[in-house]
Design a protein around this ligand. Structure first.
Ligand SMILES: Cc1ncc(COP(=O)(O)O)c(C=O)c1O
Length: 403
């Protein structure tokens, strides 16, 4: 891959020519003509929602991640809510999670009237640290909610051991980690419940959508009721059996994923391996290109995982530059590289500060990581020129601001 060597080029933010003429986003879906045809076929069929495509997608997905059950939801957030419900979290209960995640991970605990308890991250992987989580376990703890940050699986065996010892449920937020592996086992078949998101920037999309996978029949049944108003049978079965009777057995929601979305997901699933291979190749190009680049720390990966690379967050060593992370971020944007930041720690959002009294400083590793991180573009549709542009732009900006 031809990458312009490090030079003293004038950065675009200071009037130089940008590396690209158009913005390269940090993440993006890929849709083929076959995907479009599959969606159109559903539009011409009898079932737009909760029809045959839902069952087909759930079965194919469960087989892919080696889970006994897969229950689809209208979003990853709805799927998280379903998992927290299935784990029986109620007011007075607590779930331990990481502050370095999208707010939905913690919000779902609040939806059930329970309390999210944050523990700091592991310095290497930036995933919830099992030892710090263990210190937060009380008689009120019902669930552990690790997140596979950026696509790097959390230390699942450690969380399962903790759960075993304390009678807890492990709900893994794998919104970033479809296709990742932990100790040679696929994410989705390991935790008590694993939650995926099919938002367009993820490895597979249904527009909006999500899934919970589990090996536990009871969880699967509760998840199915919950996503359908708490009703114990579905409309298609009632129609085929020619009967009208149904019973609402729990307070649920309408969190159903449509046949339209499931047809898209079914089409995309067989491309997952190629998609992962491309992301892994891009990560390797970035790792090689940034090896030894002053002030830039590339993501660290444990030996016992196979990363899914939803995100590629670098860390900036502030003392090596004449400007802070914010200025470097803006400089990369000026080069038309669509960088992003993942994540503002959840406890620092005004809602969490106001409700729980967080002031900053509670979770120093997560907070420091947030201050230093920049997510570079990472999606399977990036071509070699896109990857070269990112490398060129980062080198250009680093050299322009290096002390
Ligand atoms: C870690 C994490 N959890 C949950 C979600 C929520 O998923 P969705 O956007 O499908 O509701 C996201 C979405 O980006 C996420 O990144």
């Amino acid at each position: 891959m031809a990458v312009t060597p490090a030079t003293r080029e004038q950065p675009a933010i200071k009037g130089g020519k940008p590396v690209r003429d158009t913005l390269l986003p940090y993440g993006r879906q890929s849709i083929t003509e076959e995907d479009i045809a599959a969606v159109v076929a559903v539009l011409r069929s009898d079932w737009l929602t909760t029809g045959p495509k839902v069952d087909e997608f759930e079965e194919a997905f469960a087989a892919r991640v080696r889970a006994s059950y897969a229950v689809s939801f209208s979003s990853g957030t709805a799927a998280l809510h379903g998992a927290v419900f299935a784990a029986d979290l109620k007011p007075g209960d607590e779930a331990i999670t990481t502050p370095l995640t999208f707010a939905a991970t913690a919000n779902c605990v609040l939806y059930q009237g329970a309390t999210p308890v944050f523990a700091d991250v592991d310095e290497t992987t930036l995933n919830l640290d099992p030892e710090k989580a263990a210190k937060c376990i009380t008689s009120r703890t019902k669930a552990l909610l690790p997140v596979d940050f950026a696509g790097h699986p959390a230390d699942l065996d450690a969380f399962l051991a903790l759960a075993e010892g304390h009678g807890l449920t492990v709900i893994e937020d794998a919104a970033h980690a479809l296709g990742a592996e932990y100790r040679q086992r696929g994410v989705g078949g390991i935790s008590h419940m694993t939650v995926f998101s099919f938002h367009p920037v993820k490895h597979l999309t249904t527009g909006e959508g999500g899934m919970v996978t589990t090996q536990n029949a009871k969880f699967a049944e509760k998840l199915r009721h919950f996503r359908n108003h708490g009703i114990s049978s579905d409309a298609r079965r009632r129609q085929s059996e020619g009967q009208w009777h149904y019973e609402m057995v729990a307070l649920g929601y309408n969190y159903r994923l449509t046949d339209i979305g499931c047809a898209l997901g079914l089409q995309q699933l067989p491309r997952l391996d190629a998609n992962l291979a491309r992301r892994r190749k891009i990560a390797k190009c970035y790792n090689d290109a940034f090896d030894g680049l002053t002030g830039v720390i590339v993501p660290r990966v444990r030996d016992d995982v196979n990363h899914a690379w939803h995100l590629y967050p670098i860390r900036i060593e502030a003392n090596k530059f004449s400007a802070g992370r914010g200025e470097l971020f803006r400089a990369l944007r000026a080069e038309n590289i669509g960088v992003n930041v993942h994540y503002i720690p959840v406890h620092l959002h005004p809602y969490y500060r106001d409700r729980f009294g967080f002031r900053g400083g509670e979770f120093p590793l997560a907070e420091q990581a947030y201050e230093e991180m920049i997510s570079l573009p990472m999606f399977h549709g990036m071509n070699d020129q896109d990857v070269s542009d990112v490398i060129h732009a980062l080198r250009k900006v680093v050299h322009a601001y290096a002390r």
